[in-house]
Design a protein around this ligand. Structure first.
Ligand SMILES: Cc1ncc(COP(=O)(O)O)c(C=O)c1O
Length: 552
């Protein structure tokens, strides 16, 4: 086919990308019922017998599918889940990924340098997080934090059972080779993300073996037990780890333990404290420590604002994080690190018994080319498909590489800081007289850093999430009670000026993680400038003072 036929269509897509970038702050955040319904009706009900051809296929998408998308979801006032957005550099690099369609699974540096870029990208991330790169030699870009948690549980499960069924050091027991060997694996954790339960389900650990020990505890320096600090009671954890260790010596049901900590709990932004003490317990009982830091890892960039909440991440045996959240790169892009290439390969590499499939073997010849030391190091990097789930994979490291080059340490610290301070400004507004007592913030904590982000040293939100509900003084009765959160979310999201999502106990989460939040201003009809903060405040007042009919 003559590729010129597609030039106009290609140009249309480029124009669409530019227009979307220019209008990101005013695009409808979600499709809404009417547009979504129209778009659903336009989907062909059957595969066309004779294809449309590429031009018409793309035109059909532009005309019928695009209006049904959440066009502004990656924009400044989508505060649902923790989504981030896409930095322009990452978006453009993603185009390059698509244009060349590399299979970034093997390391064949002489054919394509994908594995070297992926490795360097992950080294940049460790550097940004102030973690020496040699502490986590096994590292891969995954499809997201859920996949990273699945990988974490797979590797941790192998290690845990290996400790319980000690065979000989030369050929350690491996679940990946032989199955569970009659051992029950228990995961002790603190307010886990639901993806940890999914990981337990997939890896055969079983959801019921994930035990949430998170409860209010006293942190060192806390004056009272109501400081809002949640975490793991060390004595309770030790009791369980000891039980598991002792079970390996008995002939009854043998239990192996894993510990998982939350760095950035999804509803509140809290961190498990006392990581050092928990690490010591894990060392004492030979237990694998996994930290889910999907978005919390980035707190390490701004100790001036959040203090040392994310200290201890470097003590984990494996780490989950996400790049498509706070790094603001396109889906899907997660991160997984472990201390041990060997452990990771035991699960994801070739069978220790069966060996490498013939078609994946490497050709060691060099065609007589003189090899530089950098090239030699590049060639020595492990094949990513032996460290991760997929055997074929998108070159998803490239957008992250671009974003890291674009932002550097300072750019990312500014982005994270701006998002956290935006969330705190909303929380402060809610608790100040300007908020008129309409809202109650549920995740106020004693600040760990004094005078950093606020004019006062009052309790504030720990990270980038405001978890709130209607206060008793809120005059809209529909917003009260167990279903009040749902009514409030409906009213707020119904404005299409901002989007929030639910939390537990009828609460509402407003999570700030987009690179552009707070950067734009809009001229109002009276000539005044309105930024994202003013639009949020206006919306939160409007749904109370002029509630939509559905909830009035
Ligand atoms: C703490 C935590 N872990 C895991 C996940 C799952 O991440 P993903 O949606 O990228 O799979 C999330 C998502 O919000 C999260 O907040």
């Amino acid at each position: 086919m003559d590729s010129n036929v597609l030039d106009d269509t290609r140009q249309k897509i480029i124009n669409l990308a530019s227009e979307r970038d220019r209008n990101l702050h005013v695009l409808p955040i979600v499709a809404g019922w009417e547009n979504a319904q129209k778009a659903v009706a336009a989907i062909p009900s059957a595969l066309p017998e004779k294809g449309f051809g590429p031009v018409k296929a793309i035109d059909a998408i532009l005309q019928d599918v695009v209006p049904g998308l959440a066009l502004g979801q990656a924009g400044p006032r989508y505060f649902g889940f923790i989504t981030g957005g896409t930095l322009p550099s990452a978006q453009l690099a993603d185009f390059i990924t698509t244009i060349y369609d590399q299979n970034a699974a093997p390391n064949r540096t002489e054919e394509s340098i994908t594995a070297v870029i992926e490795n360097r990208t992950l080294e940049f991330v460790l550097d940004l997080l102030r973690i020496p790169k040699d502490k986590f030699p096994a590292r891969v870009v995954t499809s997201g934090a859920t996949a990273s948690n699945v990988m974490g549980m797979a590797v941790a499960r192998d290690y845990a059972i290996q400790q319980t069924l000690k065979t000989n050091a030369n050929s350690p027991y491996s679940v990946s080779e032989y199955g569970f060997g009659g051992v029950v694996v228990k995961v002790y954790t603190d307010r886990p993300h639901s993806s940890l339960l999914k990981a337990a389900a997939i890896t055969g650990i079983g959801r019921s073996n994930v035990i949430d020990l998170g409860k209010p505890i006293k942190r060192e320096g806390d004056d009272n037990a109501d400081s809002g600090t949640f975490g793991i009671d060390l004595a309770e954890l030790e009791k369980y780890l000891k039980e598991a260790a002792e079970s390996s010596a008995t002939s009854g049901v043998r239990t192996a333990a894993i510990v998982v900590l939350s760095f950035g709990e999804v509803n509140t932004g809290d961190f498990t404290p006392n990581v050092r003490e928990i690490r010591e317990l894990c060392d004492k009982y030979n237990v694998w420590l996994h930290i889910d830091a999907a978005f919390g890892a980035y707190a390490r960039l701004v100790p001036d604002v959040v203090g040392n909440v994310a200290d201890g991440l470097e003590l984990a045996d494996s780490i989950t994080s996400d790049a498509h959240k706070w790094f603001n790169v396109p889906y899907d892009c997660g991160l997984f690190f472990t201390r041990s290439v060997e452990h990771q390969r035991t699960v994801f590499g070739p069978s220790l018994v069966g060996g490498v499939p013939a078609y994946l073997a490497k050709d060691p010849s060099t065609s007589g080319v003189a090899i530089s030391s950098e090239m030699r190091a590049a060639l020595a990097l492990p094949d990513p498909f032996y460290l991760t789930i997929e055997n074929s994979r998108r070159f998803r490291a490239l957008p992250l590489y671009a974003a890291l080059l674009d932002q550097g340490r300072e750019g990312y610290a500014e982005l994270i800081r701006r998002n956290i301070l935006f969330a705190r400004r909303v929380a402060e507004w809610m608790t100040s007289p300007a908020g008129k007592g309409y809202y109650e913030v549920l995740n106020l904590r004693e600040p760990l850093v004094r005078n950093a982000s606020s004019s006062s040293n009052s309790p504030t939100t720990p990270l980038n999430i405001v978890f709130f509900r209607a206060a008793e003084a809120n005059p809209v009765k529909a917003y009260q009670g167990p279903h009040g959160g749902a009514a409030l979310i409906k009213a707020i999201n119904g404005t299409n000026k901002m989007q929030v999502t639910p939390g537990p106990i009828g609460g509402v989460r407003l999570a700030v993680s987009n690179w552009s939040t707070g950067l734009y201003t809009e001229k109002a009809t009276d000539g005044t400038e309105k930024g994202d903060f003013e639009i949020v405040v206006e919306t939160l007042l409007k749904v109370v003072e002029d509630p939509p009919e559905l909830v009035a």
